[in-house]
Design a protein around this ligand. Structure first.
Ligand code: NAD
Length: 354
C-alpha cells in the first residue's frame, strides 16, 4: 500500500487534481500499485474551514504519507487577509515542514505542439530538459540587511552561502535523476566571480566521481541563459542553485508553449511533493477549461521518484504524448483542425490510451 495525500487547494486545483487521480487510478488497476488516496485542504479552502491556510494535522498527514499531490492555492477573495492567513502561506509551511530541498522541473517540447512555442521549431525540436534547483539555501535564505547607514549612505545586502553538505545533497539528486534519463548533467554557476560558486563547482566535481556513468559539464549562468533559448535540446539535466534555478526554470517554462503542460516535483527529506507549475487560475476555475496535463505529468513524476514505479510513470507519459498526437487540445493550446476538449474529456482521453 502506498498512501498519497491529495491536496486540491483552490481554483483549478480542484479540477486538475481530480483529473490526475483518475489517471492514477487507471494505472493502479493496470500495474497493481496499491495506491490509497487521502484528501486534505490547504490554502483558501483550508482557511474557510479551519481559519488557517495549513493545519498541523494536514502537515502531519503529509509527513507520514508516501507522497503528496498538490493542485494550487490562491484567489482574490483571500488577498486582503493578513500575511500569515493567506493561501500562499500553506506552500511555505509545506516546503519547510517537509524539508523540500530540491525542485525538479522537466520541460519538454511535444512535436504535436511545436508551433505553440515562442521559439522557432528548428531550435526547440527534441527539447527535453530537467532543471534540478536547490530550494532551501543560497541567497533567498542567507543573512540580509534591509537597510543600514554607512558613512551617511544607506545600503542593503543579501548573502549567498552554501555549505558542502547542501551542495552534495542536491548534486546527488541531479546525478540520480540523470541516471533515470540520458545520463548528462550540466552544472550551472558563476564560478568566475562568486566564491560560493567555486565551492559549488568543486563539490559537484567530487560528487561526480561516484557517478562515472554520468557525463558532467559546467556552464556559467549567463551562458546557460543564452544556451537555453539558442539550443535547449543540448541539455539533459541542469543542476543549479536556488536563485539561478528560479530564473532559469521560468525561462525554460515558456519554451513548451503552455504553462498548463508543466509538472514539477519537490524532493523532501520526509515526503516529496508533486504539483503543476501553474497557479489556481481563477479566471478559468470551475469551467472545465483548465489543462490537466501538468498535474497528470506531476502524478507520473510521483510514481517515478516516490514510488519507484518507472514503468507506470512511462505509461502515463506515453499516453499524454499519444493524446496530444491524436489532436486533443484544451482551449489554451487549441489550433484549427484539432479537437477542443475540456479538463474532464482530456483526462478521459489520456485514460483511454493507458
Ligand atoms: P496562474 O498560473 O494561476 O495563471 C496564469 C495564466 O495561465 C492565467 O491566464 C490562467 O488561466 C493560465 N493557466 C494557468 N494554469 C492553466 C491551466 N492548467 N490550463 C490552462 N490555462 C492555465 O497565475 P496567476 O494568475 O498569476 O495567479 C492566480 C493565483 O494563483 C494567485 O492567487 C497566485 O498567488 C496563485 N499561485 C499559486 C501557485 C501555487 O499554488 N503553486 C503558483 C502561482 C500562483
Amino acid at each position: 500500500m502506498s498512501k498519497i495525500i491529495v491536496i486540491p487547494g483552490d481554483g483549478i486545483g480542484v479540477e486538475v487534481t481530480a483529473a490526475a487521480v483518475e489517471v492514477l487510478k487507471k494505472v493502479d488497476a493496470k500495474f497493481s500499485l496499491g495506491l490509497e488516496f487521502e484528501y486534505r485542504d490547504a490554502g483558501g479552502a483550508s482557511y474557510e474551514k479551519f481559519g488557517e491556510p495549513l493545519t498541523a494535522e494536514t502537515l502531519d498527514a503529509c509527513k507520514k504519507a508516501d507522497a503528496v499531490l498538490f493542485g494550487a492555492v490562491g484567489g482574490k477573495q483571500w488577498d486582503s487577509l493578513p500575511v500569515d492567513k493567506r493561501p500562499e502561506k500553506a506552500l511555505f509551511g509545506l516546503r519547510k515542514g517537509l524539508g523540500l530541498f530540491g525542485n525538479l522541473r522537466p520541460v519538454k517540447v511535444y512535436d504535436a505542439l511545436i508551433d505553440g512555442s515562442p521559439l522557432k521549431p528548428e531550435l526547440v525540436r527534441g527539447c527535453d530538459v530537467l532543471i534540478v534547483r536547490e530550494l532551501v539555501g543560497g541567497i533567498y535564505f542567507g543573512a540580509r540587511c534591509e537597510s543600514e547607514l554607512v558613512d551617511g549612505v544607506e545600503r542593503a545586502w543579501d548573502t549567498e552561502m552554501y555549505s558542502v553538505p547542501e551542495i552534495e545533497r542536491i548534486a546527488r539528486l541531479a546525478f540520480e535523476s540523470a541516471r533515470k534519463r540520458r545520463r548528462k548533467v550540466t552544472s550551472v554557476d558563476k564560478a568566475n566571480v562568486l566564491a560560493s560558486s567555486r565551492l559549488w563547482r568543486r563539490v559537484v566535481n567530487e560528487v561526480a566521481k561516484n557517478y562515472p556513468d554520468v557525463e558532467l559539464n559546467h556552464l556559467y549562468v549567463d551562458a546557460a541563459a543564452m544556451a537555453l533559448v539558442m539550443k535547449p535540446s543540448q541539455f539533459d539535466v541542469i543542476l543549479t542553485n536556488n536563485i539561478f534555478g528560479d530564473i532559469l526554470s521560468d525561462e525554460a517554462s515558456v519554451i513548451g508553449g503552455s504553462i498548463g503542460l508543466l509538472p514539477s516535483a519537490s524532493i523532501g527529506e520526509l515526503t516529496s511533493f508533486y504539483e503543476p507549475i501553474a497557479g489556481s487560475a481563477p479566471d478559468i476555475a470551475g469551467k472545465n477549461l483548465a489543462n490537466p496535463i501538468g498535474t497528470i505529468l506531476s502524478a507520473a513524476m510521483l510514481l517515478r521518484y516516490s514510488l519507484n514505479a518507472p514503468a507506470a510513470a512511462e505509461a502515463i507519459e506515453k499516453a499524454v504524448d499519444q493524446t496530444l498526437a491524436d489532436g486533443y487540445r484544451t482551449a489554451e493550446i487549441y489550433r484549427d483542425g484539432c479537437r477542443k476538449v475540456g479538463t474532464k474529456e482530456m483526462a478521459a482521453a489520456i485514460c483511454a490510451r493507458l
